[in-house]
Design a protein around this ligand. Sequence first.
Ligand SMILES: [Zn+2]
Ligand SMILES: [Zn+2]
Length: 341
Amino acid sequence: MVTAFDHGGGVRSVRVPIPDNPLGHTLVYVVDTDRGPVLIDTGWDDPASWDTLAAGLVACGTTVGEVYGVVVTHHHPDHHGLSARVRDASGAWVALHAADAAIVRRARESRPERWFSYMADKLTAAGAPREHVAPLRAPRGRTVPGLSPALPDRDIVPGELLDLPGRRLRAVWTPGHTPGHVCLHLEEEHPARLPGHGRLFSGDHLLPGITPHIGLYEDPDDATVTDPLGDYLDSLERIGLLSPAEVLPAHQHAFTDAPGRVRVLLEHHANRLSGLLGLLAEPLTPWQLAERMEWNRPWADIPYGSRTIAVSEAESHLRRLVKQGRAEPVPGSGPVAYIAV
Ligand SMILES: [Zn+2]
Ligand SMILES: [Zn+2]
């Protein structure tokens, strides 16, 4: 039987499973409003996940058809996947930050071949070996993940209150994990009167036991040199200053002491950046750096898709080091190699 967890003060959560994923589930939050429930995220687009969400809403004393609105923390399919189905079943509005809405629009409009050739070029430039890039050059029968996500009806505007009649839910823009990631600050006293300022729905930005993936923002139409890790670290500091009484993340479990968790993460990233500088005593391409970085298992055991993600993470760290003036590209190297300054 599907149950819902009651966080108090008109907030519940439903654990919606993510098929074949070590994360296990997305916590979809159900916030009561004067016009019906508003969901924070929806979960993966899969029949079993949909059934769980629908049954979870019944356990909350409502139904999918009653949903008034959907606030999506970011465009990833474990958060935005079921938004279209919820909207079809209820007529709810769906809100997303403009930067992530642009990603959704592009995914719907561009042909899969364009995406694959963009990724192939990017990996080649990062120094990936030919055998890693080859499957992207002949992507027959492959589909781009999240190809047809729902176009949102509304933009989430940073700093503004969202349309939750009878509640105070404010959008806090926290780019890094994605360019348009938002946290949602419920500016109401904690139901158990825990010390701090309200409650924060943190999406993938701040989680109790894992660090979110920070790669490069991938946009075939935009050549801007972005610094996602820098964005993420800035966003983390802002969330720490907000000092919410409790954090309600999209994975794992609710927790307190957000400033403490922020400090741990800032320290983790500072240490990791310093560790990478040690590796960059010799010139390394992003791919070579990824091979030498510490992951949750040896490089040889990391499967294909995760290697692509790992290289993107190596690149976001290189961007940060270059921006800090602690590393620089080696002139004339191709693919570009980086070295500590
Ligand atoms: Zn995510
Ligand atoms: Zn997630």
